[in-house]
Structure formats: C-alpha cells, structure tokens
Design a protein around this ligand. Sequence first.
Ligand SMILES: CC(C)(COP(=O)(O)OP(=O)(O)OC[C@H]1O[C@@H](n2cnc3c(N)ncnc32)[C@H](O)[C@@H]1OP(=O)(O)O)[C@@H](O)C(=O)NCCC(=O)NCCS
Length: 170
Amino acid sequence: MIFPFFVTSPWAWLSWLLGASASSVSPAGTRDAEQFAALHAAAFGRGWSAEEFERLLIEHNVVADRAMSGERLVGFVISRLAADQAEILSIAVAASFRGRGLARKLLDVHLRRLALYGIGSVFLEVDERNIPARRLYSGLRFHEVGRRDSYYVGAGQEAGTALVLRRDLA
Ligand SMILES: CC(C)(COP(=O)(O)OP(=O)(O)OC[C@H]1O[C@@H](n2cnc3c(N)ncnc32)[C@H](O)[C@@H]1OP(=O)(O)O)[C@@H](O)C(=O)NCCC(=O)NCCS
C-alpha cells in the first residue's frame, strides 16, 4: 500500500505546509554535485552528470546556491562569472516544492551574492514557452535583450525560441 507523503514523513508534511519558508538557502559546493545532477535530470529530462557538476562547482569563477529541506536538496541555481558579468547556467526546484516562492527566494539570495562579488549584470537564456520561468525572471526585473530562434530542439517538438534576458544589479 502506498501512503501519502504526509503520513510517511511528518517533516515532508511540515515542509509542504510552510512552503519556501521551510527551506534554507546556502552556498553550494562540490559535496552537492550528486544531488544537483539528480535534480537537474528530473527538472530538464537531460542530464548533466555528477562529475560535470563537480567540475563546474570546483571552478573559482562559478557560484552556486542551494535550497535544502532537511537533508534533501530541493532547489539550486548556478552561475559562471566573467569580469563584472555573470551568466545563470541553470536553476531548478524539485517538482513537489514548486509554486510556493522557493525559486524566487533562491534567486534573490543568489543575485545578492553575485552583487557582493562585484557583478554588475546578469544574463540568462529561457525558452519562450517556459511560462513559470519567465514569470520568475520578470518578477525579479530581468528584461529581454535578445532572441535566438529555433534554439531549443526537442524530439518530436517544434523548435523553441530562446529569449536572452538581462538584469542589472548596480
Ligand atoms: C522555473 C522554476 C525554477 C520555478 O520554481 P518555483 O519555485 O515554482 O517558482 P516560484 O514559486 O518562486 O514562482 C516564481 C513565479 O513563477 C510563477 N509560477 C510558478 N509555477 C507556475 C506555473 N506552473 N504556471 C505559471 N506560473 C507559475 C509564480 O506564480 C511566480 O510568479 P509571480 O511572482 O508573478 O506570482 C521551476 O518551475 C522549475 O524548476 N522548472 C524546471 C526547470 C526550469 O525550467 N528552469 C528554468 C530554466 S530557464
């Protein structure tokens, strides 16, 4: 018999009830590579391996933050820095934690940390069809600065346009 998560784990029930406020955001490191890879694969359907994440997280110009619910990684954001600019490489929240403000909280903390590193502008690419992500970014004052047509090619799907977004931190 399959029990609902709130019967099997009181902590999961409490986390669900409290939403983003039950998750703590902190800087991530190579110890998180395996959980990053698992969450990335679940969120995007195509994987970056744990080794790829480990290589990224060890780079001195890569900054990553994580959201934890107890011992479980429930969200992450990772950026690469170059001079006074940063590019957000990936952001994801576990499916059961979405829609409760967690990505907003995670990205807000991340942008503040990038500003402390002297970053003036942050760029990212988003699929035009990804409505939750576009709402997340517009709520945090990212604006469109470019378009790349037929950028996202999925099996059996029409190619999607990538929007290039920018947010100035200064
Ligand atoms: C995009 C993603 C990170 C958002 O995470 P989240 O924790 O659910 O986001 P939040 O709860 O902080 O909500 C952010 C905004 O998105 C909106 N949103 C969230 N889920 C939504 C949905 N299913 N449909 C429409 N809007 C949605 C929220 O209402 C909020 O907008 P608002 O501030 O105008 O109300 C998450 O959906 C995800 O991991 N998706 C898969 C990976 C991905 O697409 N990453 C982005 C690649 S560019």
